[in-house]
Design a protein around this ligand. Structure first.
Ligand code: SAM
Length: 277
């Protein structure tokens, strides 16, 4: 594969080693240098796909020191891939300054898209996806509640990264700050023990304060205001409404209460009425 000069921001698996694109594998094999958050971690991927390209560390402790040399090589036409230990570089991972300075220097910077834990969690959590905000890791201690308050009014699903030991307290702070919204704890995505646990923030907080989960975690919080109603909730409401109201009036009440279209609510009410008679 021929690779043009430039910096390639390459996404790698977040667990399952098969979750990597052909393009990423080809670029890693063809480039002059792979910059790794941790060379030992990237060695596993390279071993799996027989990639023998030179690898060098690029992480928060050496970035300032090694960046000038990397930029100088890029300006001379090198083809360099940037990877992190897992997922998409720069997403709660190193690389921002390198990308910024490469662009400022007129170097071509291209994404090689692929896995990202935030998007993987959102795609399967069942939370609204028309708008979402990725907030990364919350700080520890007292700063956490202040951090969450910044997002309390955002009319979108919220995505946070968390660690097992902090999860219970973090969910409790979320419940205190956001009110009791529905949330999903997505754990060990793409791995053997992958798990999605959905519930009210307060229930999830109580659960995870009792038992510290293992592995890697994404928390997806539903937007404020109207929750997406479950079929059971709508049915229970309609069932009670039909005891006192006509199908049409029960449907209007359900539509207003749950944000359904009148037609959808009417069809559900009609089905329920028919099932009763
Ligand atoms: N750059 C990565 C990405 O694109 O998702 C994120 C790197 S950040 C340092 C690591 C955090 O991402 C973990 O602490 C966890 O919150 C989340 N994460 C990474 N892999 C995950 C997985 N397989 N399942 C759940 N969360 C994961």
């Amino acid at each position: 594969m021929s690779l043009d000069p430039g910096l390639y921001v390459a996404a790698t698996p977040i667990g399952n080693l098969k979750d990597v694109t052909y393009r990423v594998i080809e670029a890693l094999a063809a480039c002059d240098l792979i910059l790794c958050e941790d060379t030992r971690q990237t060695a596993k991927l390279c071993a799996a796909y027989d990639i023998r390209t030179e690898r060098r560390p690029y992480h928060e402790h050496n970035a300032e020191r090694v960046r000038p040399d990397i930029l100088s090589r890029l300006k001379k036409g090198a083809r360099i891939c940037l990877v992190s230990d897992a997922g998409t570089p720069l997403i709660s991972d190193p690389g921002y300054k390198l990308v910024r300075e490469a662009r400022d220097a007129g170097v071509r910077v291209a994404p090689l898209p692929g896995p990202c834990a935030a998007i993987a969690a959102l795609s399967a959590a069942g939370a609204p996806t028309d708008g979402f905000l990725f907030a990364g890791f919350a700080p520890t201690g007292n700063a956490r509640a202040t951090f969450f308050r910044r997002f309390a009014q955002v009319p979108a699903s919220l995505i946070f990264y968390e660690t097992g030991p902090r999860l219970g307290e973090s969910l409790q702070d979320m419940a205190n700050t956001f009110g009791d919204r529905t949330a999903v704890v997505a754990r060990e995505l793409t791995k053997i023990h992958e798990e999605f646990r959905e519930g009210w923030l307060s229930d999830l907080a109580a659960y995870y304060k009792q038992q510290t989960p293992k592995g890697e975690i994404v928390v997806v919080v539903h937007p404020p205001g109207r929750e997406v109603p479950s079929a059971q909730e709508v049915e229970a409401f309609l069932s009670a409404a039909l005891d006192e109201l006509s199908v049409k009036d029960a449907a209007v009440a359900a539509a207003e209460g749950f944000g359904l279209t009148r037609r959808e609510a009417y069809e559900r009410a009609l089905r329920l009425k028919a099932a009763r008679s």
